[in-house]
Design a protein around this ligand. Structure first.
Ligand code: AMP
Ligand code: ZN
Length: 143
């Protein structure tokens, strides 16, 4: 496994820093977020150190996301939330504070449970042609 000795999540995987472990296998480690946004708020991380989604190879991503349903269902069975949000922050402006890729699993219990996705839609700002042009712009850069 690739480790970054200065990375707090690599230290958690190594057992150098304690954590409330939820699940572990050869590819991933899951543990409770120290700042529980809602009860059962869990972080799922690859054992291979990778800074964010941009620098993550397909095999690491595949293994990481493959474990999401397993952990999500365990949280659901444990605490019976009425919903669950997945969140992955990349780079500081998007809220990333730890630079080891992680997926937040945030069980939801109601509108005022502590998690507030501030989702403002801008549908009227884009015509269908704009959407087609933007989609092409992205598609041309998929490698
Ligand atoms: P993000 O802001 O998306 O980078 O998320 C990083 C998360 O890591 C935050 O929600 C922190 O509460 C959490 N965190 C930081 N240090 C620890 C730790 N030692 N154990 C558990 N969670 C941590
Ligand atoms: Zn790391």
């Amino acid at each position: 496994m690739t480790h970054d000795s200065s990375c707090i999540f690599c230290k958690i995987i190594n057992g150098d820093i304690p954590s409330a472990k939820v699940y572990e296998d050869e590819a991933v480690y899951a543990f409770l977020d120290i700042s529980q946004v809602t009860k059962g708020h869990t972080l799922l991380i690859p054992k291979t150190h990778t800074q964010d989604i941009y620098s993550t190879d397909e095999q690491t991503a595949e293994k990481l996301f493959a474990r999401v349903p397993k952990v999500a269902n365990a949280i659901k069975n444990a605490f019976e939330p009425i919903g669950l949000n997945l969140l992955n922050n990349n780079e500081a402006p998007a809220g990333q504070s730890v630079y080891h890729l992680h997926i937040h699993l945030i069980p939801r219990y109601g509108e005022n449970d502590g998690f507030e996705p501030n989702w403002i839609v801008h549908t009227d700002d884009y015509s269908n042609d704009d959407l087609q042009a933007m989609a092409k712009q992205i598609n041309e850069r998929i490698s």
